[in-house]
Design a protein around this ligand. Sequence first.
Ligand code: MG
Length: 452
Amino acid sequence: MKSSSLIVSASGVRGKVGEGLTCEVVMRFSAAFGLMKGGKILVACDTRTSSPMFRYAVFSALLSVGCTAVDLGVCPTPSLQLMVKELGAEGGIAITGSHNPPDWNALKFVRSDGLFLFPEEGKELLGICREEKFQRKSWRKLGRVCRDNSAILRHIKKILEFVDVENIRSKNFKVVIDAGNGAGALATPVLLEKLGCKTICLNCEMKGNFARLPEPVPSNLKGLCRLVKETGADVGFAHDADADRLALVPDGGEAISEEYTLAVACRSVLEKVQGPVVVNICTSAMIEDIAANFNCPVKRTPVGDVNVSRCMRESLAVIGGEGNGGVIYPLLNYARDGIMAVALALDFLARKDTPLSTILRELPSYHMIKEKIPHPGISMEELIERVREEFGQGKLNFEDGVKVTLPEGWVHIRPSGTEPILRVISEAKRRDFSEELLIRAKKIIKRCARKS
Ligand code: MG
């Protein structure tokens, strides 16, 4: 199980197909999860070419430990998370590489309340995985597979309870949806139809080779931007492969950061109901500005949807998520949900009756730069030491990697939990300040890398 291309985190396991992530690894983790939870386990997958192979490995493992595997087929992760709760299942397994490139895949493990495994449960799972021999069932007590095709429609029906359907329908929005050839292709066009939108589909064929890279960031959404402009659409939407994330493209087709998705969702919700907002440590400071307008507090957590979900539940937050396009709407579920985020964005657009491009201009303006640096195997202790030397005058936060906040902006460095890279993010009101912070952080990383 030890491989440089296998990443084991609290809530799942992720790797390159056939290298770090093999059928053997998938079976071991799935059987361990089945032993831990027992009973009924829901299984969903994305459209990757490797997903069918892993899907059968997951079934086989679950059956061998006596679980009932409920096959949801190709299905967005947020639909799976909701269904686990709705069907009273003991847990769920999402087979999806999410935003990773097509040669990757992963398993994400869902608790009976629809949240991903908490870190302490992740440790328990790893403990079971490491045991020499599993307690497999005898032939008399093997589990079975049954099929359920209702997840996506049930999910959409629930989403429609939280938005003003008639108002949205009255606007006859023209919308382009780029599902990135992922599982969202089965859900979002259906939602848009129910909301009376004239829908133009891009990358909505279920192809595991993906016409674009799955991460919904501006560099991967050139086709969507072009189509929004050419068709004169009101808005463009883009998902990653399992549709827990959403990026927006405003009328006119200008590419914008995926950070705006949560900003729009926050404004949409806080206008209707005020309460705490929870976001992760590296989400744009736009959120504080928006929340301040409504006198609402903002709490920040380490990166990872389970950290945000957990804090939202504890603090009775009304909205939250991650700046990467992950919106969590707690009245539906404590899960990042790109499909719910589409409904919230359209609800807001309909209520304002103003083009999205105009609404975005009214939002506080920041310059955020996100970079990925191949993980040079540096020690975080060393990095933190160098950061202290370089940014001694700043406010330092070590909850997740290291974040430095200065009067002019902030910079955050952390090892990714999903890829073998360091993520470096800087943000400031002025672009040159943001660039300067990023350069200083990269210099520190370089110095640490040379030493190691
Ligand atoms: Mg995802």
